[in-house]
Ligand binder design. Sequence first.
Ligand code: HEC
Length: 146
Amino acid sequence: MNAPAPRPGNAAARYFFLFLVGLAVGVVATVMTLRALEARKDHFPESVMHVMGAHVGALRASVEQSRCTASDVLPHLQALRTMAGDIEPAFGPDWAEDKRFAAHAADLRAALDGALARPPLSCAGVGDVLKQVGADCKACHQDFRN
Ligand code: HEC
């Protein structure tokens, strides 16, 4: 008894099907790997940065809307000061031991301490604080952010 001869088109269809299965498995495996890597990543440093960015954004919006009373402004300055104190713990000893990095973080804290000691009473004053704080953010980013 002879096995029926495979029809010519069949082999090509089978290989193509296997190719599609392989492709799908590859896509799933890639997504799973990327997710696992993302989950293992330490989100503390970028979280500190994003929270500071959000409060700077809120202060800018206050100035744009001419809402610069103490209750508009102080909570954001306090939150910025708290987060600025988390910069070294978030980035860890490798960064914190770098003198320039620590100096940039200290400059930012000094600017915020100054602003909290003499809170700005007008939008012009908030604008000045934002200029100083923005300069301190930028100084560190220029040296350490790639
Ligand atoms: C002492 C150094 C330092 C200071 C001060 C600093 N940053 Fe950063 N910032 C960094 C570094 C380093 C990165 C890059 C982090 C990374 O890639 O993991 C960064 C990244 C960021 C990011 C992008 C985060 C991300 O990876 O998605 C934002 C937003 C940000 N900073 C906002 C601010 C703001 C706003 C201030 C000032 C209030 C500020 N930073 C002050 C060092 C600093």
